[in-house]
Ligand binder design. Structure first.
Ligand SMILES: Cc1cc2nc3c(=O)[nH]c(=O)nc-3n(C[C@H](O)[C@H](O)[C@H](O)COP(=O)(O)OP(=O)(O)OC[C@H]3O[C@@H](n4cnc5c(N)ncnc54)[C@H](O)[C@@H]3O)c2cc1C
Length: 477
């Protein structure tokens, strides 16, 4: 048995793990980065970057469909060369992955270890069968993996996830997307716009990460107008040769049978905690097997173990994974001294068209608050209409009494930019009144100010309402 001694052992060389490793090294500690798969990170290899590489040509093709409305034409319908599209996706993806692997290759010899790590106790890892790693502290940064019901495995190689899609050398003819969450919507719409016959099936009423009922309905209407989006569908699937037969029962009881070349499982991602041997540690774990941890220090209980990135089952977005890696690596290096790190206002963006943005905890975080909702529809918004992108809604939430901005949900044009303005305002703790003091250039997509004004007038009106408390009610009457 080989023996390694280090100060900080990091399990997983993804975005969180790399950030944790670098933070520990910056503190002058010895650090060991352990990876059991290919280097290159989920983000660069099968996540953020290749998905955006697929979306870019899809949006370009779709933009051409607007030309006639502007009085323009380029002579005939767009022709999609699936092989060329996928070749560029893979080529550019490989370029991004290359930057990551070059960074790993440049790490000092002896700082990386290839193999699968599992806990022997709170300070000891077994890597593979014959390497023992003893560390003063350990960071778990093992990421997440796509999850789907086990019975779907009977579809064999006709069942794909984001891990396989970007390896396609050509675009298939027909794809059933199971799950209208972030990944299902982004990839489903992109494939549809590239000429693939796509149906997106959802078991419930959710669309992307939206939870505000009015916005879920709006998103269903908008995406459903472009491609078949079947919510509240019960689906069963069987393989027939190289095809998958999908039998669906819609909410209204209508039964349909359709054939597809592939089923894309986009039914969520689960933290990679299985096989880590966490039962050999002192850590208390939740129902999904994720250790309980402090969100500001990333420390698990009172142990020398820290957790960062998708595996902690918190936000599953890249910038949070990197932040968490930094905080966990820093605290693992200074352990037993640990300090809270900076946690930013929550922001999630979906790169569909129209885009979706959730700021703060969105609608779900409003439970138990006294709040108003400021609303705007982009249907009649001037600049959006000029650009033929006048669709969608924005809801901003504000606390009655303080006027504090609480968060937002949006499906609409330029949500990626408006989302940032709103997330920055949230992190600054701004009130709606202060946000309205900011500049709004004309004519950008100005719906934001309309929604804020609406929130402010509702806040003002709410202050004139007698509060729920019966004693104050009597005094005010
Ligand atoms: C299709 C898709 C699109 C996305 N788009 C976006 C986007 O646009 N914007 C955004 O912010 N986020 C996006 N994300 C999410 C983002 O990619 C993740 O939040 C981020 O990559 C998570 O980083 P991580 O370090 O936690 O995990 P990973 O990068 O997955 O790293 C975990 C590493 O741990 C290794 N590992 C696991 N178990 C062990 C073990 N026992 N021993 C050794 N090594 C182990 C794995 O092999 C892996 O390399 C997307 C994700 C997907 C799937």
């Amino acid at each position: 048995m080989q023996q390694h001694d280090t100060d900080v052992a990091v399990i997983g060389a993804g975005s969180a793990g790399l950030a944790a490793y670098r933070a520990a090294k910056a503190r002058g500690r010895r650090a060991l980065l352990i990876e059991h798969g290919e280097h290159g990170t989920t983000c660069a290899r099968v996540g953020c970057m290749p998905s955006k590489l697929l979306i870019a040509p899809a949006d370009a093709a779709h933009a051409l469909s607007r030309l006639p409305a502007f009085g323009l034409s380029v002579g005939g319908p767009v022709r999609v060369d699936g092989r060329a599209v996928m070749a560029r996706v893979r080529r550019e993806r490989d370029r991004f992955v290359g930057f990551v692997t070059a960074g790993v290759d440049a790490l000092p010899a002896g700082d990386t270890l290839q193999g699968s790590a599992r806990f022997v106790d709170d300070r000891t890892l077994r890597v593979g069968d014959d390497v023992n790693v003893r560390a003063a502290s350990i960071v778990i940064a093992t990421g997440s993996a796509p999850f789907h019901p086990a019975v779907w495995d009977a579809l064999g190689d006709r069942l794909v996830t984001n891990a396989e899609v970007f390896e396609w050398v050509d675009l298939p003819r027909r794809v059933a997307v199971l799950g209208p969450g972030v990944i299902g919507l982004e990839l489903g719409q992109a494939l549809h716009r590239l000429g693939v016959d796509v149906v997106v099936f959802g078991r419930g009423t959710h669309v992307g990460p939206l939870r505000d009922p009015a916005l879920m309905d709006e998103a269903t209407r908008l995406f459903g107008a472009e491609l078949p989006l079947e919510r509240e569908a019960q689906v069963s699937m069987t393989r027939d040769g190289d095809e998958v037969v999908v039998m669906s029962v819609a909410a209204d009881g209508a039964v349909r049978e359709r054939r597809f070349d592939f089923v894309l499982a986009a039914t969520g991602r689960r933290p990679n905690v299985g096989g880590l041997g966490l039962e050999a540690t002192t850590l208390a774990r939740d129902a999904r097997g994720v250790p309980y941890y402090d969100r500001t220090t990333l420390r698990c209980g009172t142990s020398p173990i820290f957790i960062a990135g998708d595996v902690d089952d918190d936000t599953q977005v890249l910038h949070e994974a990197a932040d968490e890696g930094r905080i966990a690596g820093d605290n693992a290096a200074t352990y037993p001294e640990v300090r809270p790190g900076l946690r930013r206002a929550l922001l999630a963006i979906v790169f569909t068209d129209p885009q979706i943005a959730i700021v703060g905890g969105g609608f779900d975080a409003l439970r138990g608050t006294r709040h108003v909702t400021g609303e705007v529809s982009f249907d009649r918004q001037g600049r959006a209409r000029i650009m033929l992108r006048n669709a969608g809604r924005l809801h901003v939430y504000a606390e009655i009494g303080t006027g504090r901005f609480l968060g937002a949900e949006m499906v609409g044009p330029d949500a990626e930019h408006l989302g940032h303005l709103l997330a920055w305002s949230l992190q600054m703790g701004l009130s709606i009144a202060t946000m309205l003091e900011m500049p709004y250039y004309h004519p950008v997509v100005e719906g934001l100010r309309t929604a804020l004004r609406d929130a402010q007038s509702r806040l003002d009106a709410a202050l004139l309402q007698p509060p729920d408390d019966p004693c104050t009610k009597v005094l005010m009457s």
